[in-house]
Design a protein around this ligand. Structure first.
Ligand SMILES: [Fe+2]
Length: 385
């Protein structure tokens, strides 16, 4: 008998250049009058927040802005932002930016209705009530946070990433407007785009992949690999930017349901200890982890290779899989992303501790197609040095 699988995603996704102009009508439908925008300094400096405020003029009673979400947002950011959201008496939240701003928006939305401290919501399905309505607007094609029920925060006292997972974190609406992503610089375009590609590859090869997530992941891979170079080389290429946003959204839908695997697990210690950005850390680990994993599911890694390199004529899955990895190595080189831990100034002596860190990311290792031992983790980091 076929397995029964669940698939969850954001209820309404609006796409297209200038789709941000639909914002007033979406807010009206959700009954919002006092709007609270959560964003970061880069988005404010780029004028994107002002652009959104301008669009809202005359259609809502009040707009307030929390404009200082840092990357890898610490728990303290939530307390600060929550205080301002309460003072604003907001009834609708907009998360405008990358994954950090969208994640903070999700958390503030549920903290305003659940009379519980933040610490009591950290974990899986601990949020009891729906939050106030939220609309998420990504300004980079990467995290897919607009379609995931997850928010990741940093506990600086323990130097740990902590997650809230709840269906109540899905926004009511996501708006994907490529025009909001054109000011993203090449390095951030490459790093966030590779992160999205890795979401799709890992969702496709996760042990929890389903037929639904496979369809989304494979299309996401096609969209991203055929547009990431153009978006990186010319940020004003609206068509490439739109395809990248759609690809990262499909990848987000796939991994929200199938999970990500060991590439992300190996990237976490690089972010936590050496503050390497999430996309760059993932890019550095990608090909070595895939080479390790491919024997666990040659059929899927072979299909992945065929999607990445349609011109390979072989029917041997191992040949196809290796061809796909060579394609990814060339892609990472074209985008001028680092390829080794040495380039990231990570000392060789740190490998043992980082490998132990990987073994603690059991939530992601459980999704990985191949079992990983501590000795494997050490040898994978050594291969990337
Ligand atoms: Fe990621």
């Amino acid at each position: 008998m076929a397995a029964i699988n669940y698939f969850k995603t954001t209820a309404k996704i609006i796409t297209g250049a200038k789709s941000i102009t639909t914002l007033p009508q979406e807010i009206k439908q959700l009954g919002g009058r006092n709007v609270f925008i959560i964003t970061d300094e880069g988005i404010i400096k780029a004028g994107i927040c002002d652009q959104v405020i301008q669009i809202l003029k005359g259609s809502v009673k009040a707009v307030s802005v929390y404009g200082s979400v840092p990357p890898e947002p610490p728990l303290e950011t939530i307390a600060d932002c929550l205080e301002q959201a309460r003072q604003a008496r907001c009834d609708l939240i907009i998360g405008l930016g990358g994954g950090s701003s969208m994640d903070v928006a999700k958390v503030i939305s549920v903290l305003l209705t659940n009379k519980k401290p933040l610490n009591d919501l950290i974990g899986i399905n601990l949020v009891e009530k729906r939050g106030i309505p939220k609309i998420l607007i990504p300004t980079s094609a990467g995290t897919g946070s607009e379609v995931t029920p997850i928010a990741i925060l940093t506990d600086c006292s323990e130097n740990l990433k902590k997650g809230i997972v709840s269906d109540y974190l899905f926004p009511e609406v996501a708006i994907l407007d490529a025009e909001l992503t054109i000011s993203l610089p090449p390095l951030a375009t490459a790093a966030s785009g590779i992160d999205a590609l890795i979401h799709a590859i890992e969702a496709y090869t996760s042990v929890n992949a389903t037929s639904m997530t496979d369809h989304l992941a494979l299309r996401a891979i096609e969209l991203i690999v055929s547009n990431i170079r153009s978006a990186w080389a010319n940020g004003n290429n609206i068509e490439a930017r739109m395809k990248m946003l759609e690809g990262s959204c499909l990848a987000g839908q796939a991994f929200a349901n199938a999970g990500v695997t060991a590439v992300h697990a190996f990237a976490y210690p690089l972010g936590g200890e050496f503050h390497v950005s999430h996309g760059v850390a993932n890019a550095v680990m990608l090909c070595t982890v895939l080479r390790f994993n491919l024997l666990a599911n040659l059929s899927k890694f072979g299909t992945l290779g065929k999607v990445l390199c349609p011109d390979i004529s072989s029917t041997d899955n191992k040949v196809l899989a290796n061809g796909g990895i060579l394609f990814l190595e060339e892609l990472i080189a074209d985008l001028q992303l680092p390829k080794t831990l040495r380039e990231l100034n990570v000392p060789r002596e740190a490998i043992g501790g980082m490998a132990e860190g990987v073994m603690k990311v059991t939530r992601l290792l459980a999704n990985n197609p191949r079992k990983i031992t501590l000795a494997d983790a050490v040898s994978i980091y050594q291969s990337v040095y």
